[in-house]
Every structure is written in structure tokens, then in C-alpha cells.
Design a protein around this ligand. Structure first.
Ligand code: FAD
Length: 429
């Protein structure tokens, strides 16, 4: 029996059939010929931590359908195969001197997988990836292929940009694009109190700002990326390799392994957490936004209204100290602007995101539940692809169009061909 597992190794599936359709027609055939009651799910790159992908019946693997990326420079829209990974998307766009306006911190996800769980980066003047979608193609439960834009199948477009794979299977995604741009990156440790005292100002005046609070210390590692027309001042290959591969992955991984073996050492190890001090460089946007992540971990991330960030993080720090938790992974904070995507974690409000991580092999539930008890009551919306303990009963009140989404799901997929246990948990109240 074929097997599938996610990147973190936390979710596995043994579907009866593991198929990789290589064209839209083949995909339609699989959906039309599936037996009644069989569940069909499409995987992306498996970078979700939740069980948002699996099917025990038919699990489909992504393929780029060999279509390449179609770039319309008049409308500034790129047609991207749903199964193409973001790294390849960036390469295609860069070759045409174009780029995505904003993205998250890795590029190994697929185009469809990343929008389906509301993947985001940082920057109050920007949205997550789903907010940059101009249209998409969708194979529905009856095997039809719908083109969905604000003008055609507009209800499906309005509700389907973040859909956890349960309205149908995306075949292409049209993304709004921008001319290629460079970012001046400044990465430096700063006093956490300094960052929190100035958080509103920094995020209001920065293009892309994020920070990582290092538990057991008063320090934050900050990343400040500013759009610039300056000439490139790239890192040397050696300094990039040293910073991103050695320090952020191998040395950091070694610190995590040591902390897992001796948790009581974690606070002392935290003070030596690898940091290169201040780094500054100017590179193309996609080279700055994304990094490699070789260290495996568990993650929970919540979106909360931006104005609650300082109070929420302060409470989390107090709780971690009070409960004497030993945390070797920094806590990540980002922000995004409001968008109009029904199930986006930033729908209708500027959001701050707090992401907590635990090194693979270490117990995470007590920590994550503690943090969730602080952020969930603040109108907190969990990342659909990251660990959380909520269900539809609590989530429905956090999304204005939750009921409208359920009605569309009922109309497009009355037999729940595209459902699995996780999506039922979070979507059926
Ligand atoms: C190391 C790491 C770093 C990360 N960084 C970020 C970050 O910076 N910001 C952030 O917000 N998130 C981040 N994430 C989370 C990640 O972006 C999301 O979980 C994303 O959904 C993963 O994309 P994927 O291609 O792996 O999709 P998968 O996890 O494989 O699938 C996600 C969902 O998409 C659906 N899907 C996939 N393809 C299709 C299709 N063709 N049609 C319909 N549905 C489809 C699946 O069924 C599933 O419901 C990170 C995760 C990891 C492991």
C-alpha cells in the first residue's frame, strides 16, 4: 500500500491509491471515475503540520502539468500551475523581470498548497498569498472545470482562495505580480523591550518587519526588509552559506539537539543562540524573503488583531516563565494587512501573527495549549496548516463568511468527496 508523509513527519497516510495526474483531463477523469463514497485529496509539498492533506482512499500528488508560467504584463497577472513549487514560480517570474509582491519564509510549498491554508509573510502594506490571487481553475466534484475570477463564478472565487482543498482541486492560480524589486535587508539582535515599545511605529513605517523573541532571554532577532532602488549589494556565497546554512540550520540544530538531550540547559544555551550580529545586504526580493529550513520542528501560529500583539506576547512570556517551560526555538512575530478572502487568517483586519515552535522529538502540547489559551480569546485565528486545538464550533464565530463558505461547500460537494477528518473538524460546526 502506498504511503505519504508530511515534511515534519507528523502526519502519515496510507491511501488505497496514490496518483499523480499529469493533465487537467487526467485529473477530471480520476474525479469522475472515483467510486461513490471515496475521498479524494490533493497534496501539495506536505509542508502543513496539520492533517489537512490525507485521504485513505485517493491521494493525488502535485504536478505542474508541463504548462509553464504564463505572464501577462499588460494585466500584471501570472498564470501558475497549481502544483508548481514557489521556488520555480520565483525563477519564472525573475526571468521575466517580475515578482510576487510578498511571500512567506520558504519556497518549497506548491502554489495551490500555499494559498489553500492562508500562507503569509510579513508587512502591513501587503497581504498573504491568497490576497494576491486574481483567479483560479477548479475541478469540482462532478468533474467539471471552472474558471473563477471576480467576474466569472465569482462566489467560488470569493470563497475559494483559502479552501483547505475541500471545494475541489485547483489546476492553476492566477497571481497579481509586480515588477521585480530589491530589498535592503537589515538583520540584527535588539532588546525585546525596545522592539515592543516601538512595535506600532516600526510596523507602520516598515515594508517588511519581523522578529523572533529568544525565550529565556531579553533579546529579539529582528529582520527589517525595505524596498529599494539601490544597486544590489549581495552577500558573498560564503557569508550566505555561513549565515543561512551553518548558523541558522546546522549550528542552531546542534543547539536544539543539545537542549532536547538536556532541557535544563536550554536557558543557558539560549544566550548563545547562534546570531551573526548585524547583517546588511541588498538582493532581489525572493532571495531575501525565503530561507532554507533544515531543522525539523512542530509549529502553531495564530493571527490576532494587530493591536493585541504587545499584550499577548507579554502574557506569553510571563506564562513561559511562570510554568518554567524550556523552549529552544524562538517565537516568531509578523504582521500583514487586511484582505477580503473569506477564510484568510487576515480577513477584514490588520493582523499580527505569533508562531511558536518546538524542536522535533520534544513534547509540545503543554506549551502550545498554554499559548493558545492566551491568543484564542483575542479573536485568534489559527493557521489552517499549523497545529492547533480548535474546532468549527469555536472557529465559526471568527470568520464572518463561515456560513456562506459551508453553503458553497454543500452546493459544490454535497457528497463530501473532498473531505477528510481534519477539514470536517474545523469546518463542520
Ligand atoms: C519549514 C516551514 C516553513 C513555513 N513557513 C511558512 C510561512 O512563512 N508562512 C506561512 O503562513 N506558512 C508557513 N508554513 C506553512 C505552509 O506554508 C502551509 O502549511 C502550506 O499550506 C504548505 O503548502 P504545501 O504545498 O506543502 O501544501 P500541503 O501542506 O501539502 O497542503 C495544504 C493544503 O492545500 C491543499 N492543496 C494542495 N494542492 C491543492 C490543489 N491543487 N487543489 C486544492 N487543494 C490543494 C491540500 O489538500 C491541503 O488542504 C511553513 C511550513 C513549514 C514546514
Amino acid at each position: 500500500m502506498p504511503r505519504w508523509r508530511n515534511w515534519a513527519g507528523t502526519v502519515t497516510a496510507k491511501p488505497q491509491q496514490l496518483l499523480q495526474p499529469r493533465s487537467i483531463a487526467e485529473l477530471q477523469g480520476i474525479v469522475q471515475n472515483a467510486s461513490a463514497g471515496q475521498c479524494i485529496r490533493m497534496a501539495g509539498s506536505g509542508h502543513s503540520f496539520t492533517a489537512v492533506v490525507p485521504s485513505n482512499d485517493i491521494l493525488l500528488l502535485p504536478h505542474d502539468f508541463g504548462d509553464g508560467v504564463g505572464i501577462d504584463t499588460q494585466r500584471m497577472i501570472a498564470r501558475i500551475p497549481a502544483g508548481m513549487v514557489l521556488h520555480d514560480v520565483n525563477e519564472h517570474l525573475a526571468a521575466a523581470n517580475m515578482a510576487l509582491a510578498n511571500m512567506g519564509d520558504i519556497t518549497t510549498q506548491t502554489m495551490a498548497g500555499s494559498i489553500s491554508t492562508s500562507t503569509h509573510g510579513t508587512g502591513l502594506g501587503f497581504t498573504g498569498l491568497a490576497g494576491q490571487v486574481a483567479g483560479f481553475g477548479l475541478v469540482t466534484a462532478d468533474g467539471n472545470h471552472l474558471d473563477c475570477t471576480p467576474h466569472e463564478n465569482c462566489e467560488v472565487f470569493a470563497l475559494g482562495r483559502v479552501a483547505l482543498g475541500c471545494l475541489g482541486i485547483l489546476t492553476y492560480v492566477d497571481m497579481h505580480i509586480v515588477p521585480a524589486f530589491r530589498l535592503r535587508a537589515v538583520e540584527e539582535p535588539r532588546r525585546l523591550s525596545d522592539v515592543l515599545d516601538n512595535f506600532d511605529d516600526i510596523t507602520a513605517t516598515s515594508d517588511h518587519f519581523e522578529f523572533y523573541w529568544v525565550p529565556h532571554t531579553r533579546w529579539a532577532l529582528t529582520k527589517h526588509n525595505t524596498r529599494t532602488s539601490e544597486a544590489a549589494q549581495p552577500r558573498t556565497p560564503l557569508s550566505k552559506w555561513w549565515g543561512k546554512s551553518v548558523m541558522e540550520n546546522y549550528a542552531f540544530g546542534a543547539v536544539c539537539v543539545a537542549g532536547r538531550a538536556m532541557p535544563s540547559m536550554i536557558p543557558r544555551l539560549a544566550t548563545a543562540l547562534p546570531s551573526q550580529g548585524r547583517q546588511e545586504f541588498v538582493e532581489q526580493s525572493h532571495q531575501v524573503f525565503a530561507t532554507r529550513r533544515l531543522v525539523k520542528f512542530h509549529e502553531m501560529e495564530y493571527s490576532i488583531p494587530r493591536e493585541h500583539l504587545v499584550s499577548a506576547l507579554t502574557q506569553i512570556i510571563e506564562a513561559v516563565n511562570r510554568e518554567k517551560l524550556k523552549i529552544s526555538f524562538p517565537v516568531e512575530v509578523r504582521v500583514t494587512g487586511s484582505d477580503d478572502v473569506a477564510l484568510s487568517t487576515s480577513y477584514g483586519r490588520q493582523s499580527a501573527y505569533i508562531a511558536v515552535h518546538m524542536f522535533k522529538g520534544m513534547a509540545y502540547e503543554r506549551y502550545f495549549r498554554l499559548v493558545e489559551s492566551i491568543v484564542a480569546p483575542l479573536d485568534g485565528r489559527p493557521h489552517w496548516g499549523k497545529i492547533h486545538f480548535q474546532g468549527a464550533k469555536t472557529l465559526q464565530s471568527r470568520y464572518e463568511h463561515f456560513g456562506r463558505f459551508s453553503a458553497l461547500r454543500e452546493r459544490l460537494d454535497p457528497e463530501r468527496r473532498f473531505a477528510n477528518e481534519y477539514v470536517n473538524r474545523v469546518l463542520i460546526a
